[in-house]
Write a protein of this length. Sequence first.
Length: 135
Amino acid sequence: MWNLGVAFAVHSNVGFWPLSYHSDLKRIPMKFNHVGIPTLEKFEGEIDLPHLKMTVSDHENNPFGIQWQRYWKDAPYPELVKSVPHVAFEVSDLDDALKGQKIIIQPNSPSDGLTVAFIEVNGVPVELMQYDKNT
């Protein structure tokens, strides 16, 4: 069983969590968005995303931001992302947040007004999300 306690703590009252410290010790403010949990099984409320080659659940239908994710056979993502749960955080400056990080999925736009990237932290995928300020 996965221990999701840290993600829940961040979601509950903390609001922002320091991702890392750059050489200038600048903190990167982050806001919890969801926990993505890969599965091979079907789940309630499936949402197919053909352009991403995956099926997800709505992370906003529960107070903890849990999102089930089933990757399609030809999904072009690292095995780490397809097999290990990740936590996702919103950042105001994705480029800045990625500095010095081990990027495993380059910045891309899965939907209008949103840019995401995945990094690896201590062997676990972390999704960083930046919403367009104009949307």
